[in-house]
Design a protein around this ligand. Structure first.
Ligand code: SF4
Length: 303
């Protein structure tokens, strides 16, 4: 049976999300990432256990009838774009979803396939992984099956030009693998070619499949700064989410270094600091902009 789950909040803009797992019984993925929270498994280039499309559609229909849903997110115990009925499923969900947005979380590997690109063009938001722009690191970290990194980056750039929805690139940082300045300079270059709406930089949040470790929030921040893109969001590892008190000047100095997303601000600032941030917004010393479905705070250009 296809499984669905309610994600906490897909994004502030898209609100309550229904997660649709296209491989509910077993992990089926063309990667075997060291950090995979599903555990290690031999990579595959196609699904062999295929959830019937009618079952998926019926489950989504039942969930939509019972709950108020702002977004439907296609995901999998593995890589959702390997689901052989993806294009037809997206069409069926479009007919059902009313105002809800349609999204997918993918490892990005199949974006080189014209048929997959055409299917994803029908979505409102596409989130693709890109952990490294260097072939050797990509191979060690994501352990892909039959994926050419350069072709994948090029195909992401082509897709971006065709796609009118929101494109997000996600980077997951692992200590000793993609946590160097050289890695992030190469990633910045690739992101410059792709031109996504937003870049999310995170590290391990749950136990990984293999013996690896994540990096600190300070390190994530330092690496994120090397990416020359206006909307880079650092997703802090849960253990280091400590909210702190900032003065007015400290808030402005932090934002001058790098714009903060609303999610980052709420993770970083304690309640009085958030009140101070609201005052700075009212006083027009700080501006709010939206990109890739997230609110970002930046210092006002002309305070
Ligand atoms: S792409 Fe996702 S599902 Fe596949 S191995 Fe990596 S983390 Fe796991």
């Amino acid at each position: 049976m296809p499984a669905y789950t309610f994600g906490p909040v897909a994004s502030r803009r898209f609100g309550r999300s229904l997660g649709v797992d296209l491989s509910p019984e077993t992990k089926q993925c063309n990667y075997d990432c060291l950090y995979c929270e599903l555990g290690g498994a031999k990579s595959v280039d196609r699904f062999t256990q295929i959830a019937p499309i009618e079952g998926v559609v019926a489950d989504v229909k039942a969930a939509l009838a019972r709950h108020s849903i702002d977004a439907i997110t296609l995901t999998a115990n593995g890589e959702p774009t390997l689901y052989p009925h993806l294009d037809a499923l997206i069409d069926r969900l479009h007919a059902l979803k009313s105002e809800a947005k349609l999204m997918i979380l993918s490892n990005g590997s199949t974006i080189t396939d014209e048929a997959i690109q055409s299917a994803l063009l029908k979505l409102d938001r596409v989130k693709l992984s890109l952990d490294s722009a260097q072939a050797e690191t990509f191979k060690k970290l994501d352990r892909p099956k039959g994926v050419d990194l350069e072709q994948m980056i090029e195909a992401m750039a082509v897709f971006r030009k065709r796609f009118t929805g929101e494109l997000i690139i996600e980077i997951l940082v692992v200590a000793g693998l993609n946590d160097t300045e050289a890695e992030f300079d190469a990633l910045s270059n690739a992101i410059g070619r792709i031109q996504p709406d937003r870049v999310d930089v995170g590290t391990l949040a749950r136990p990984p499949a293999y013996a690896i470790t994540g990096v600190s929030t300070d390190r994530l921040n330092a690496l994120a700064k090397r990416i020359t893109h206006p909307c880079v969001q650092v997703i802090a590892p849960p253990a280091s989410k400590q909210q702190e008190r900032y003065s007015r000047e400290e808030i402005l100095a932090t934002l001058r270094r790098r714009p903060l997303s609303q999610q980052e601000a709420e993770a970083l600032f304690d309640r009085p600091t958030l009140t101070l941030l609201a005052d700075l917004l009212k006083a027009r010393a700080v501006e709010r902009t939206e990109s890739g479905g997230e609110i970002f705070y930046t210092p006002a250009k002309n305070p």
